[in-house]
Structures are given as C-alpha cells and as structure tokens.
Design a protein around this ligand. Structure first.
Ligand code: CO8
Length: 255
C-alpha cells in the first residue's frame, strides 16, 4: 500500500508511503488517496492529519516519470483527476492538517495547500518547482497558493521555482506552525486547538471562509448569513449557548 490510513487517538492519519520515490504522487497513489479520503470521511475521526513516510519527504510532487510523453487529452484528464482528489479535502466532515515532514514540492505542496491547515517540521522545504521542468502547477497550486500567501509571493514562488524553508513559510502565512521536532506530533497539538468543537460548526466555518475569496463581498456576506443561520439550527448551538448561560463546559455532539 502506498497510502496508509491509521488512527492516532481521536485523529485519522493518512501517510503517503512510497519512500523510494520521496512519496511522489503517481496515478496509483492518487487513486489510493481518493479511497483513503472516502474511508476517513466515513469514520469518526475529529481531524485528518496528512503526512509522508520517512524523515526526508512529505511528497516530492507528481510522479515526473509518468508525466513524460502524454497526449494533451490524457494530460487534461489527469490534471482534472488530481485536482478533484485534492478538492475532496474541502468536503470532508472534519478539518485536515498537513504535517509537512520534509520536502513538499509541486503536487506535494499542492496537497498540503488543499488541507485546511499546515504544520511544518523545522527542516521542511516547500516549493512549486514546475517551471524548472518547463511546466506550471496542475493540482491547484496557481489557485490556492495566491489565496494563502497573496499574489506577489505566489507569482515569485511559481515563476522562480524557489523553495522556501519552514521559517519563511511561517512568515508568509503558508504554514500555521513550525514544529519543535516531529511534524505529526505538532499537527496533533495544533488540532487539539479545535478538535473539541462540534464538527458541523467547524465545517460551516471552513466553508464560509473557503468561499470568501471566490465571490464578491456582498455575495460572501449573504453566504455567511445563510451558513450562520444553519449553525443556529444545530443542537450543538443550543448546547453551546446553554452551557455559557449555565457557566459550564459545553458537550458538543456533532449534531
Ligand atoms: N517523481 C518521481 N520520482 C521522484 C520525484 C518525483 N516528483 N522526486 C524524487 N523522485 C525519485 C528520484 O527519481 C529518486 O529515484 P531514483 O533513486 O530511482 O533515481 C528518488 O526519488 C530520490 O530522489 P533524489 O535522488 O532526487 O533525492 P535528492 O535528495 O537528491 O533530491 C529532491 C530531492 C530535491 C526533492 C529531488 O528529488 C527533486 O527535485 N525532485 C523533484 C521535485 C519536483 O520537481 N516536483 C514537482 C513535480 S511536477 C508536479 O508536481 C506537477 C503537479 C501537477 C501536474 C499535473 C499532472 C497531471
């Protein structure tokens, strides 16, 4: 198996496990990843953590050896497939955290960008080096990177192919935390910051924010009003507000 699903306390962990190719995303790995997302979506984990096996790489990108000599239509089809697999992260019932434990290049950084949050090991290196191959990103990098770090920084990273280290990634807002040591342990600690909240409210919050940069302000405010109204319909909202009034800790039940 090149993609392993495991459990770490209340968290699901997906590990890319193809160390001989620095966990590169072959077509087979992408298909396994899609199945792994389905498995996690059907389970009861509070958060999904995505990482790479070994100390060297989170994921070195799409499998370059498979990219050579394909027809235009095969290329278009495979780019759309890869995009769809990574977009699944936005529809999971729980948030996701990329634990970037080493190189995250090309499709690897695009996978991390598709997660809700990113935590990097101190020695992690991140970049979109496709330009050095005569290519441009194809699994969402040109769209998600500017949303995360702004147009100027995204243009620089994509057009120079320059890799950045964990500290720079933190400074520009590409990652949320730099780990003291192990990236998965840091991702777990980060996830504890929200894993006690109700999943419906977390999902509505993620959806509202994710849509913010895709629509004009007036439309975004209308989306927020709708999703906020939906949040009020949950039992968790009744519980959360009751607990506040009664000066006790809320017990959310994801309903
Ligand atoms: N694909 C396939 N194999 C890879 C990849 C990759 N992306 N990255 C590394 N490998 C393999 C190497 O070929 C090598 O295998 P072998 O021993 O059989 O030659 C093994 O992994 C170890 O790699 P290195 O010996 O190169 O290790 P180093 O420590 O010297 O270097 C690097 C590590 C710097 C990460 C280097 O491997 C590297 O530059 N890798 C390529 C990074 C890259 O360019 N990534 C972007 C790929 S393109 C992409 O992601 C586009 C996504 C959208 C496309 C849409 C498609 C439909």
């Amino acid at each position: 198996m090149s993609v392993v699903v495991s459990r770490l306390e209340e968290f699901a962990v997906i590990t890319l496990n193809r160390q001989e190719a620095l966990n590169a995303l072959s077509a087979a790995v992408l298909r396994e990843l899609a199945l792994a997302f389905d498995e996690v979506a059907a389970g009861d984990a509070r958060t999904l953590i995505v990482t790479g096996a070994g100390a060297k790489a989170f994921c070195a990108g799409a499998d370059i050896k498979e990219l050579v000599g394909r027809s235009l239509s095969a290329q278009r089809r495979d780019a759309a497939f890869g995009q769809a697999v990574l977009a699944r992260l936005d529809t999971l019932p729980m948030p996701s955290v990329a634990a970037i434990n080493g190189y995250a290049f090309g499709g690897g950084l695009e996978l991390a960008l598709a997660c809700t949050f990113r935590v990097a090991a101190p020695g992690a290196k991140m970049g979109l080096p496709e330009i050095k191959l005569g290519l441009i990103p194809g699994y969402g990098g040109t769209q998600r990177l500017p949303r995360a770090v702004g147009e100027a920084r995204a243009l620089e990273m994509i057009m120079t192919g320059r890799a950045i280290d964990a500290e720079e990634a933190l400074r520009i807002g590409l990652v949320h935390r730099v780990a003291d040591g192990d990236a998965v342990a840091a991702a777990v600690a980060f996830a504890r910051g929200f894993s006690g909240f109700g999943l419906p409210a977390l999902r509505l919050a993620r959806d509202a924010v994710k849509r913010a940069l895709a629509v004009p302000l007036q439309e975004g405010l209308s989306i927020e009003a709708d999703l906020n109204t939906l949040a009020f319909q949950t039992r968790d909202a009744v519980e959360g507000m009751s607990a506040f009034m009664e000066k006790r800790k809320p017990k959310f039940q994801d309903r």
